[in-house]
Design a protein around this ligand. Structure first.
Ligand code: ASP
Length: 439
């Protein structure tokens, strides 16, 4: 049994968190691979090391002395080291880096990657595990994408089963020998690559919440965590607004059918959320919604034209106009003689009047209206499929709460039920759904 564990920034923020990680690892000998982020915030006023590293690089670029920021960064690591009485000479590595930085010979990516690098060095020394540098196994191709085969082969060759290793997340090596980072939050990807390379039995992603929550905790008080979610549901949830994992994370583990388990470093007794392709667990009769999410600020363009339903090509003409402006459309609800397109307001606003003009000219609708300040709410759940009465219940609950529904959309796979409400009703709609469906 092999478990690859990844600990995010808040799990790496101070000495107390390092101790929690050690306990988590010691409680299960299968947890032999540890991927770490740079130290995150200790409290809401604190800074993430990665942000400070980018800031430091920007200073140097503009010829401003970055010493005070650099010292903020190094002191975070030294504090953890000294508090945990770890034997590790960080000072000489810091000095060498600062010298290169002052000489402007450190790229932005390389500097940003040092947050994870020092985290991993320190954690490896603390645990007595081996340090494996991600520059020695995460390889990018010329196109900037990960060279999967080379990467997997390299880690397989470096890893010795039974011997604990700590690996820095977030970066790898380009063919020219330079460091390249993933996009922000990319340590999740490193963990997924390690799990896939080593054919792990599970990829545990340790964070500061007990799994993916059924609804946004800023909207719903103390929402429950989702125990099990499929990859398809997760895709729906994140597309519709839930912030879950870095986008690139899923692919390597999904491809190899490795379950992904989101866990809480601060509450390791919680089972968290298990993400898999499918589950054998029978549907809970009280729980057919997996999660509720949504986003505000959409615009609906709706047009009607007498006889539209019998005309060929109307929808194509509308979509062609939008395509010309490089707009991807989120939803296309339609009626008999009318059709609407729903897009994020921020996307369409700069081109709105040009687009309206072109639709007017090319489609010649009888009416053409713009509705904005629309929020889209999605109830996602694999158990909704082929179960009559759910949408009835959803809309009845919203009706009772006096929330007017502006649009409804459900795909034939019945994985989600999506509807539009006014922005002002957004939070209430989510709360009403949550209280009506989650017991
Ligand atoms: N430290 C990086 C960031 O803040 C990567 C990560 O933590 O996943 O984006």
């Amino acid at each position: 049994m092999l478990k690859v564990t990844k600990f995010g920034g808040s799990s790496m923020a101070d000495a107390g968190q390092y101790q929690k990680i050690r306990d988590i690892l010691n409680s299960d000998p299968a947890r032999q691979v540890v991927v770490v982020s740079a130290a995150g915030k200790r409290n809401s006023k604190d800074h993430k090391i990665t942000d400070l590293l980018y800031l430091c690089h920007a200073h140097v670029q503009y010829g401003v002395d970055c010493t005070p920021i650099f010292e903020m960064i190094t002191s975070r690591y030294l504090e953890i080291r000294d508090e945990l009485k770890i034997e590790l000479d960080l000072e000489s590595e810091f000095a060498a880096l600062k010298k290169r930085l002052d000489a402007k010979s450190v790229s932005q990516d390389e500097l940003a990657s040092r947050g994870e690098y020092f985290s991993a060095k320190l954690m490896a020394a603390y645990l007595g595990y081996r340090f494996i540098d991600s520059a020695d196994w995460v390889f990018f191709g010329m196109d900037g994408a990960v060279d999967q085969k080379k990467t997997y082969d390299a880690l397989k060759a470096l890893f010795i089963p039974g011997q604990g290793v700590v690996i820095p997340g977030f970066y790898g090596l380009l063919p020219d020998g330079n460091i390249r980072t993933f996009t922000r939050g990319g340590s999740d990807i490193t963990g997924a690559l390690a799990a896939a390379a080593l054919d792990a039995d599970v990829y545990e992603n340790w964070t500061d919440v007990s799994g993916i929550l059924m609804a946004d905790p800023r909207i719903v008080d103390d929402p429950q965590a989702i125990p099990e979610v499929t990859y398809n549901e997760l895709r729906e949830l994140s597309y519709s607004g839930a912030q879950v994992l870095h986008e690139g994370t899923i692919f390597p583990v999904r491809e190899k059918n490795i379950p992904l388990n989101i866990r809480n470093t601060n509450a390791p007794e919680d089972a968290g959320t298990m993400i898999k392709e499918a589950f054998d667990t029978p549907a809970d009769p009280d729980r057919f919604i997996t999660g509720i999410t949504g986003k505000k600020d959409f615009t609906i363009l709706s047009m009607s034209k007498r006889g539209m339903s019998n005309q060929v090509g109307v929808l194509r003409k509308v979509l062609t106009v939008l395509e010309r402006h490089n707009m991807s459309v989120d939803y296309v609800p339609n009626g008999i003689d009318n059709v609407s397109v729903v897009l994020p307001t921020a996307t369409i606003a700069p081109h709105l009047y040009t687009i309206l003009g072109e639709i007017q000219k090319e489609v010649e609708p009888d009416t053409l209206d713009v509705h904005d300040q629309i929020a889209v709410v999605a109830a996602v759940g694999r158990h909704m499929a082929f179960r009559p009465g759910i949408s009835g219940k959803v809309f009845a609950a919203l009706g009772e709460a006096g929330i007017n529904i502006r649009m409804i959309n459900q795909g034939p796979d019945e994985l989600n039920l999506i509807f539009g409400v006014d922005n002002k009703d957004f939070k209430e709609a989510i709360r009403v759904l949550y209280t009506s469906f989650v017991k």
